[in-house]
Design a protein around this ligand. Structure first.
Ligand SMILES: [Zn+2]
Ligand SMILES: [Zn+2]
Length: 357
């Protein structure tokens, strides 16, 4: 009984995400006291993120310039993103450090350049590409005697300089899948959408798509978050599906201010959503509910799917906000919002804690 009271107290005191998302309408608030459901002496609740204040900052963490195999100088690439409403950008050339200090004149209170690199190597002709975000200088890519070891060595190389790694396009040249990714440590971010035309986001044949790989990792208990990126190379000439153009995949990170440290901390804490077109007003987590507030665009229609272990769709909603109420059977719940134009947003998984009472 004391335990139950303590939980209720915890729920009452748990910080609520009171986020003002851009200029959107204020979010519906949860009741003042709320605990998760009870099953046979166990209490279940969503882990409520410790966030207060803040707004969404749109950004892209994977883009190339003339410094590697892009077709446009860094300055013009950065200008493209700034002109298209992005708040932050990582120029991630292959094994080249494109120093944002040389573009400092483009940065202001509304646009941040975070230094980065795409550590680019391979193992037995399987590409291993790992982005390093907020790194101080170029990092030489590393190799190892195994595929897992090669991925791990590059993740470690980024961590050693206190950067943030993300693992890129697993299905590029069908390089590796969730069975390999499950063995990698210290990685919190996985590309689940990459805008390059040759990366096989959807999988094919007997190879799963990136979202299915993500669910496989989450189902095994790995806490990993899904990002969407451009991997843009082509800013010149025609924009076409078979070209690697910008603007296709991005993330919106919740933060109080546009600061590289805070943006990356919140990114690695799952305080963001990934998107190919759908924008969100807010994501509100209470101990027993997950609410997704969608930013209405014109007369677009939306369907939200709440997804749990094994990639199973637990519930669907056509409402805005879309609300999922915890039953106690779930280990994690994430949401995917699809719009009538083919765009999507991916809300990061919320994990379920179980307490014996
Ligand atoms: Zn790559
Ligand atoms: Zn790339």
């Amino acid at each position: 009984m004391i335990r139950i009271l303590a939980l209720l107290l915890f729920a009452a005191c748990a910080p609520r995400p009171s986020v003002q998302a851009g200029s959107g309408a204020p979010a519906t608030r949860a009741p003042a006291v709320e605990s998760g459901p009870m099953h046979a002496g166990q209490t279940f609740r969503f882990e409520v993120p410790e966030v207060s204040g803040g707004r969404w900052f749109k950004g892209n963490t994977h883009t190339h310039t003339l410094n590697s195999d892009g077709d446009t100088p860094p300055e013009q690439v950065a200008r493209w993103y700034r002109a298209h409403g992005y708040a932050f950008l990582v120029l991630s050339d292959h094994n080249v450090f494109t120093d944002p200090a040389q573009l400092a004149h483009l940065a202001d209170s509304t646009f941040l350049l975070i230094p980065g690199e795409e550590l680019t190597t391979s193992f037995q002709r399987r590409p291993v590409h790992v982005n390093g975000l907020n790194i101080p200088h170029v990092i030489a890519p590393r190799q190892d005697s195994t595929l897992v070891g090669t991925i791990q060595a590059n993740v470690d190389a980024v961590r050693e300089v206190r950067g943030v790694p993300h693992i890129n396009h697993p299905n590029f040249h069908w390089a590796f899948d969730h069975r390999v990714l499950a063995q990698v440590r210290d990685d919190k971010l996985l590309e689940i959408f990459n805008g390059h035309p040759h990366v096989h986001n959807q999988g094919g044949g007997d190879v799963p798509g990136l979202e299915a790989m993500w669910d496989s990792l989450l189902t095994r208990g790995k806490r990993i978050y899904g990002i969407a990126v451009d991997d843009a190379h082509h800013f010149q000439g025609e924009f076409a599906p078979e070209r690697s153009n910008p603007g296709r995949g991005w993330i919106a990170v919740r933060a109080r201010r546009l600061d590289a440290g805070e943006i990356l901390r919140n990114l690695e804490a799952g305080q963001f959503y990934a998107s190919t077109g759908v924008e969100l007003e807010d994501v509100v987590v209470t101990p027993s509910t997950l609410r997704v507030h969608i930013r209405q665009r014109g007369d677009f229609r939306y369907r939200t799917e709440f997804i749990g272990s094994g990639g199973r769709v637990l519930a669907r909603s056509d409402a805005n906000p879309a609300v999922f109420t915890l039953t106690g059977e779930e280990a994690y719940v994430r949401a995917r919002v699809l719009d009538s134009g083919g765009g999507a947003a991916w809300v990061q998984p919320v994990f379920v804690t179980r307490d014996q009472s």
